[in-house]
Write a protein that binds this ligand. Structure first.
Ligand code: ADP
Length: 453
């Protein structure tokens, strides 16, 4: 972290130095060049005046430039200002200056370098007069050393900036490590513990907002895993328990046939009947478990369409007709016409089947089942009433849980406690409301409601 931050700081300072250095140098150079060109133009305007020589002296002093008037024979007519360490007479007047001027409009600018002192000069040459082919020229030059001096100052300042940037980078990397990397490392360690199966691990909550958010998310994930794990254990325990009971009955009945009632036709048929019932129960249980897991893992084919609940309820009631006759059940229905909802007809059929078969299962003699369907406040409400054994108030909330069966009837239980859980899953998938009301010894009412289309 510290190395990357320091590299970044050095990179930024260097980039700044290169960009700033270049732009300062170029600006300074072009400003001095145009300033010198302007001075040369002023001098040329003044050529031939009485105070010309005097002006040259004044300008060379005020502008800190070196001025020479040179004739074509290369004799220096005047010379003002200049740098004694630099032989500007030789340096500034290029040997082929008059040839170069031939190809120009009478003026030109060039740069020369004093290699010994490493100073650059800008030189402006202007033709002042032409006496029968012999020209007189103005050669004015100025040192650009100041820009190098400025660059030296900038460089020394940038070294301070670099040191400052490295210090800031160190402080920043320290803060980030303390408040960001360390909490992330701690979280990684705790997440690893979770991955190894410890879902009760405590996730630390210090550090930046994002780290705290991540910690909260991991905490929720751990809680979910913990709940799923508990459910899985519960599921395995319940399945093995619920499968064991019918399997024991089947085994015992088979053994009885083998050892005791083999020849006794009546007893044998009774035990075979038990075997048949228990294996059917087992088959239903396995079917329901598969159905539920498909529903929960969302692999169940599921299509939302317009469903006419009035017709669906009638067809489900019709399928119970055999029971109505054989078990002497009285079934009444009061239904509005064309109760249309959005849903999956097959899944809704399963809901109705379950409610009605429960009403049948948990009713005693003189079974009476009433089914009502009506439209109310933009919703279709379906109610299933029975006059059965009822459910105690404190237990009614639990009946929607998987494998829940009301204790009182545990010994004589006829189902496996999975049906209402499937109903709950289906109704929730449809965004439906649902509930149950009951009174022990009087009967129960199961209901659900869905938005009317
Ligand atoms: P099961 O296969 O045991 O019927 P359900 O999930 O359908 O499973 O029902 C859960 C429990 O709710 C039942 O075991 C029963 O105790 C109670 N129950 C459901 N419907 C009724 C009802 N109509 N009357 C009385 N008790 C009921």
């Amino acid at each position: 972290m510290w190395i990357s931050f320091t590299c970044l700081a050095v990179f930024i300072v260097l980039l700044f130095w290169i960009l700033l250095g270049n732009s300062v140098r170029n600006n300074y150079k072009s400003e001095n060049t145009s300033g010198l060109e302007h001075t040369a133009w002023t001098i040329a305007q003044n050529y031939g005046q009485d105070d010309f020589e005097n002006n040259l002296k004044l300008i060379s002093e005020s502008e800190k430039c070196f001025i020479q008037i040179v004739s074509e024979e290369n004799s220096i007519l005047s010379m003002y200002g200049g740098d004694e360490n630099f032989n500007q007479t030789d340096g500034t007047v290029a040997e082929d200056i008059f040839i170069k001027l031939d190809n120009s409009n009478g003026w030109l600018t060039y740069y020369i370098e004093d290699d010994i002192r490493n100073i650059e000069y800008v030189v402006r040459v202007v033709v002042l007069a032409n006496w029968q082919g012999s020209r007189e020229i103005l050669v004015i030059s100025k040192s650009l050393a100041n820009v190098d001096y400025m660059m030296q100052i900038i460089s020394s300042r940038l070294i301070f900036a670099l040191i400052g940037a490295i210090i800031v980078a160190s402080i920043l990397s320290f803060i980030i490590t303390r408040y960001f990397t360390s909490p992330i490392n701690r979280l990684t360690e705790q997440a690893r513990e979770m991955a190894e199966g410890n879902y009760r691990v405590t996730f630390s909550e210090d550090g930046f907002y994002e780290v705290r958010e991540l910690s909260n998310t991991l905490k929720k994930a751990a809680e979910e895993f913990d709940a799923t794990e508990a459910l899985r254990k519960d599921f395995v325990a319940n399945i093995s328990h619920d499968m064991k009971t019918p399997l024991t009955v089947i085994k015992m009945s088979a053994e009885m046939i083998q050892t005791v009632s083999g020849e006794d036709r009546e007893k044998r048929n009774m035990q075979l009947d038990r075997i048949l019932k228990e294996s059917e129960k087992l088959r239903d249980f396995i079917d329901d478990t598969m159905y539920l897991s498909k529903l929960q893992s969302k692999t169940m084919p599921f299509t939302m369409d317009k469903v006419n609940l009035s017709n669906l309820i009638k067809s489900v009631i019709f399928s119970f007709e055999v029971h109505m006759v054989s078990e002497n059940v009285q079934m009444e229905f009061v239904l509005d016409n064309d109760m249309i909802v959005m849903g999956d007809a097959k899944l809704l059929e399963r809901v109705l089947n379950n409610f009605i078969s429960n009403a049948l299962k948990y009713s005693g003699e003189n079974k009476k089942i009433i089914i009502k369907g009506f439209s109310k406040n933009g919703e279709i409400v379906v109610e299933i009433y029975d006059n059965g054994i009822g459910i105690e108030k404190e237990k009614i909330e639990n009946i929607w849980q998987r494998y829940y069966q009301v204790d009182n009837y545990y010994t004589t239980k006829v189902g496996m406690g999975i049906g209402l859980h499937i109903v709950k899953e289906i109704l929730e998938l449809h965004g439906a409301k649902y509930g149950a009301e009951s009174e022990v010894g009087v009967g129960s009412k199961f209901w659900f409601s869905m938005e009317e289309i």
